[in-house]
Design a protein around this ligand. Sequence first.
Ligand SMILES: *Cc1c(COP(=O)(O)O)cnc(C)c1O
Length: 401
Amino acid sequence: MNKKIIPYGRQHITEEDIEAVKEALLSEYLTQGPKIREFEDNFAKYIGCKHAVAVSSGTAALHLSAMALNVRPGDKVIVTPLTFVATANCVRYCGGEVVFADIDPFTYLLDVKSVKKLLESSPKGTYQGIIPVDFAGRAVNLEEFKKLADEYNLWILEDACHAPGGYFFDSNNEKQPCGNGNYADLAIFSFHPVKHIACGEGGMITTNDDNLYKKLLLFRTHGITKNDISYPYENSIEFATGGYKDETEYPEWYMEMQELGYNYRLTDFQAALGNSQLKRADEGLKRRREIAKIYESAFKEKKYILYQPGVVDGHAYHLYVIEVIDRLNLYKYLREKNVFAQIHYIPAHLMPYYRKEGYTEGDLPFAEKYYKHCISLPMFPTLNEEELQYIIKTIDDFYLK
Ligand SMILES: *Cc1c(COP(=O)(O)O)cnc(C)c1O
């Protein structure tokens, strides 16, 4: 038996990472220093988008995005149920209403047909936006969603937490990396340790839209700005500058709180870690794809497998999911053998909070059926051959015993 527990995901911290954080800790800045911008620029380049805004978590990224997209009380937003609950919750933070649509049982992604059905069954203007998730690391075909979004005047917020480095091919057969902003208005990422790039806590928002970018910067820091002094309240400027102001110059201390924002900043030493991790992102992705190939061929012909999506071009493999018979007992058996596989996710609409909003079993049959059989196998770049073979053999042993 494997002596050490094999988790479903694990961060990879190198000496180089430690040096990068140490350097940041010994610098002038623990927070609000130059590492943040450096991380944003590097990340934007990696993803292939115009702007990136670093924030304190993926959840903060979702909240700021919902604010920037102007979600208001009563607004209806369509969300996939197969995700971490934070995806849906950002709509609630702004007082909006979450409307779940079902998944495609083969891709596990928000089903464009199910969304279309919702849109067609209500008058135009009923819904304001869509939040699809690149679940498990598989890229949503955003071109399809964009057609619907244009027709119904909706925004798209892509939750790409599982998929930095993932991509889909559009109808011109061009590669469209997750979060590149060509189809979605905004995309968000998380740097929680189980994700591809670890900062401890942390998140990023990407966009090609200059206006949304400006709003995000404002909301990230209390709604305060020192640079963009353009608010229409001249009286406020006159009072606060105490007569210092001439036509072109403001005193050093002058700043404006223009909107109600939050403190959702990332620290400099976290950004330093992010920068260092980002350098190895492609390497990690390559290993994840190798592991997926090995899993796929190991389970291909197995009778206990009900379904596995297997190897898909552009998949970033945050998770490797299989659907199996007798899932609960397999899960228990694996834990006894130190393989800590995981179940992702309890469909969000069946959480007590969303049940209170009126959801119940049977509402989203494909998400619920998936949940009965799914299990996420260990998937992280430092998973070695021996561990991988041990996991596969342990699963086999369970069904053959
Ligand atoms: C991790 C995750 C989040 C939340 O990110 P945090 O950084 O933990 O706040 C949101 N959506 C999805 C799909 C995630 O996997």
